[in-house]
Design a protein. Sequence first.
Length: 473
Amino acid sequence: MKQLFEALKMGNPKALFASFLYFDTGFSIWLLLSALAPFIVQEMNLSPAQKGFLVAVPVLSAAVFRLNFGFMYQSLDGKKIALAGILLSSIPSIYAFLFPNSLDYTTLLLLGVFLGLGGASFAVALPMAGSNYPKEVQGLVLGLAAAGNIGAVLDGILFPPLAKVLGWRETMAIAGILLVITFLVVLLWAKDKGEKEGNKYYPINVFVITLLFMLFIVPALYNGWLGIKGKEALLLLPLIGSSFVLAFLPNKYRRVFLERDTWVMILIYSITFGGFVGMSSYVNLYLIDQYAFDKLTAGALMSAFAFTGAFIRPFGGYIADKISGATALLFILSGISVMYLVLSFLKLPPILGVLSLFVIFAFFGLGNGATFQLVPQRWPKVRGLMAGIIGAAGGFGGFYLPTILGTVKEATASYSFGFLVFGMVSLVALVMLKLLHSQWMEWAYVRYDYEREMLTGIAKNGKVIMELLYKES
């Protein structure tokens, strides 16, 4: 605890809190449909695939807009981006307040695009928080800012009871109060010390075009307007959305996709954060289907799982500061792989099933903290852009998890094969990281680099002192 307070004093605690709250409430709004899904499903009588798509659209939207936000962060003040993002992500609550009776399935999909802007806060909140602190505490600081994942706790313990008493439409409207509070805190306390470069207006134009494109492509693919319909169309959404944004990136930024480390980091974060947000968005439906839990119990457990993953994330960053994120991730990916395979092959009773979910959420949280400890070390000049790119990968992982689980459940009446797929993907990432570990350690171990710089300085100063003493003698 003493080390924590000492680390906080090295920068701007108010700016850190503003970044945390921005991500926290953004995360809560982002998963709002997930919390309300059991009530929506019951009223609209949705199929398993429709359930999965409903909760996956905001996740996908956040992934795409993280690319936009990361791009904008390179040339715009992060505080201004955050304030604009808060206003736009409040549109679903405003719409639910003004037009509650027009909230059909297609409208919810469109509003899910705006809810995703809450999740896109990640690409601004983390680099903005990190810009207020020195290099040697980046893992801890980014872990604290990213503990905004804890916003998912509200989705489980607050929104389902409100929906039961007031109705899910009214709850969607009330949720906007969180954004009002956050807007004021960010306005007063947020600060961005990151270096900026390039044209300020081009990234904004790209964002506006992307928003319009997403509002078209989501219903277009769902309804088959482009000649593609069904599960295939839905699974193409991440590829279409990300390709659209990347096509507008300047060449100097697209070059990061020629680097092997970029793709490996993308894969790892799609597993750790993708697992966290994907399971957070779907786990209440999973518990209801798998163990016949009631809506409130499933929601409470969803909150407990999300709290576990969010609370432990700073510890992942702290551990990574000590032993490097590259080393920490070897153990974390092993744990995730094992737990996915357990969920796939074993028919666990409710108590063990819930316990297994707690364990895998803990691994997700540790992995999220460890992964983003590495980003500013590997890409110090474009940390905002890489936060957006890698954060988007986490969103894509979070999109595919509920979509695939819902599709597999509909096709086989079981979740086993879905968990097996994600377990095998985690094993592939583990093998790749093991092969690259020694190379990554050349830049990943912050404490080593910091101490080496200190020792080098001491050695040089000592040499100068010895030369002066020699001359004096």
